[in-house]
Design a protein around this ligand. Structure first.
Ligand code: GRF
Length: 212
């Protein structure tokens, strides 16, 4: 799936601050990965992600279902952008919307998400943002972490590609845990992209096998 540059054309979907987007841009600029963010789409016109894209001269679009009078038109417009920018891999980075099944199907095994916990624990509907860190702290778990996984039609459900653990210390709050986990997220997302651009990721049914 790689291009002549040896990298992939990445599209990042984000709704919020965009720190994961910024980390991926940094990884490309510092040559840790060959893949390049060529398109950013956000459902939030005020997102930090759109601002970061503009600062880095990356084409960026505010696209939301409410701008269209039918879901079909919204999805067609979305797919049109993905086609126009010849997207190889879609990265969900704090994207607060469920992707249309049509997009998931069209880009099967080519969509990743990052989740701020060790899936399958603390995943599923309602488990996003600070909710996740609150739940981990309340559960008394001694560890949390971040997961990069492929996206299917269900929330936080597709095959896991990469996970990294962080310890939950006595005295950690949801806020301090979020900071620790974000630090890990900013590293494992580009590491996961690198595995894909190196063609090391294979599928065996629903399972993902990473070649050494
Ligand atoms: C991250 O914790 C990500 O795992 C979650 O939403 C947060 C987005 O952060 N899905 P940012 O917008 O990338 O800073």
């Amino acid at each position: 799936m790689t291009r002549s540059s040896g990298g992939l054309n990445l599209c990042v979907l984000a709704s919020g601050e965009g720190s994961n987007l910024k980390a991926i841009i940094r990884a490309w600029k510092s040559k840790k990965i060959k893949s390049r963010v060529v398109l950013v789409i956000s459902n939030n016109s005020k997102s930090g992600a759109l601002r970061a894209a503009h600062r880095n001269n990356i084409p960026a679009y505010h696209l939301s279902q409410i701008q269209f009078n039918s879901e079909k038109k919204f999805v067609d417009s979305f797919l049109g952008l993905l086609r126009k920018f010849e997207i190889d891999l879609i990265l969900l980075a704090g994207y607060m919307k469920m992707l249309s099944p049509k997009i998931v199907k069209r880009y099967k095994n080519r969509i990743l998400n990052i989740h701020p916990a060790l899936l399958p624990q603390f995943g599923g509907k309602g488990m996003y943002g600070m909710n996740v860190h609150h739940a981990v702290i309340e559960s008394g778990e001694k560890s949390s972490g971040a997961t990069v996984h492929f996206v299917d039609e269900l929330y936080d459900h597709g095959a896991t590609l990469f996970q990294k653990q962080v310890g939950v210390a006595e005295g950690d709050t949801p806020e301090t845990l979020q900071k620790k986990v974000l630090k890990v997220e900013h590293k494992i997302y580009w590491e996961a992209i690198k595995l894909i651009e190196q063609n090391k990721v294979k599928f065996a049914g629903r399972k993902v096998v990473v070649e050494a």
